[in-house]
Design a protein around this ligand. Sequence first.
Ligand SMILES: NC(=O)c1ccc[n+]([C@@H]2O[C@H](COP(=O)([O-])OP(=O)(O)OC[C@H]3O[C@@H](n4cnc5c(N)ncnc54)[C@H](OP(=O)(O)O)[C@@H]3O)[C@@H](O)[C@H]2O)c1
Length: 291
Amino acid sequence: MSGQRTVVITGGTGGIGFQSALGIAKTGARVLVTGRNRGRGEDAVRRLVEESGNDSVELVVGDLSSIAAVDALADELLGRAARIGVLVNNAGYLGNEPSTSADGLEMHFAVNVLAPWRLTKALLPALKAAGQARVLNVTGGDKPAAIDADNLQAQKGFKGLTTYAHSKSALESMSLALAEVLEPDGVTVNVVFPGRASTAMTGSMSLSALPGVMKLMYPLFRLMFADDGGKSAARAARSTIWGATTLELDGVTGRYFDTDMKEQKLHSTAYDPAVRSAILRLIEATEVNHA
Ligand SMILES: NC(=O)c1ccc[n+]([C@@H]2O[C@H](COP(=O)([O-])OP(=O)(O)OC[C@H]3O[C@@H](n4cnc5c(N)ncnc54)[C@H](OP(=O)(O)O)[C@@H]3O)[C@@H](O)[C@H]2O)c1
C-alpha cells in the first residue's frame, strides 16, 4: 500500500495511548488521537507534533461510554478520514464503584467491550477502503483469564479491578468473534497486551477498587503506580506500536500478543462458543435498540 497510512488511536491523548501515538507518529503515519477533553487533547497533539516531528497528528474529541457518543465519534472520524489503515481501540475504563452506562450496561462492559466492537463496525467503510487494514484491541488484567458468561454485567457483584479484568477477558473473546466477522472484508483484528504502567487510569484506582484481601496491597499498588513521567507508559506502548507497524502482522488475524510481542493462547473460555454467544447476545441487544 503506498501513501501515508492513517492510524486512529482512541484514548491517544494520555497514558499508553499517547506513547503509542508518539511511536507511530515517528514512523510518518497520519495519526488521529481521540479523547474526551479538548484542552488535554490539544496539549497532547502539540506535544506529539513537537516530539515526533510529524505535523500530521490531529485531535478528534469524543467519548466511548455510550452508544450515541461512540456513533458521534465514528461520524467525526469518517468525516476526517476516508481511509483508515489502523484502528487502535486503546481507551479503557477502570472504575472504583459500580456504574451503569446511559444504555443500561455495566460500565466496564460498555467501554471495554461494546465500544471497540461498535466503533470498529462503524468505521468499516474506511477500514475497507484503506486495503489490508488492521484493528488492534488493547487488553488488560494480568494474563488471559477465565470468562464467566453469567457475570458479564457483574451480576455476581461488582469487584473493581476484578470486574475490570473480567471485561478485558470478554474483550479478548469478542475480538476473536470480530476477527471472523471482518475476515471477508480483509480487515484483521488482533489483541495486544501492554502490561502495567503509571497512568491516569492506574493513578485513579482507590482502595475500594481492590477486591478482598488485595486491599492489603493498596500501599504497594500506590508505589507501583507512582507517576514516572510517562516512562512505564512508553514501555507499555511497545506492543501497540509494534502491532500497528510490523509487516509480520499482515494477514494475521484473531491472535493475542503479550508485552514481548509473543503470540500466546487466550484462556480456553475465550474460545468457548457458548461464552462468545453470550457476549455477542449482549452486544446485539444494543444493536436492536440502536438500529
Ligand atoms: N495502565 C496500565 O497499567 C494498563 C495495564 C494493562 C492494560 N491497560 C489498558 O491500556 C489502555 C490504556 O490505558 P491507560 O492506563 O493509558 O489509560 P488512561 O491513562 O486512563 O488513558 C487515558 C486516555 O484515554 C482517554 N479516555 C479515558 N476514558 C475515555 C472514554 N470513556 N472515552 C474516550 N476516551 C477516554 C483519555 O482522554 P480523556 O481523559 O480526555 O478522555 C486519554 O486519552 C486501556 O485499555 C487499559 O485498560 C492499561
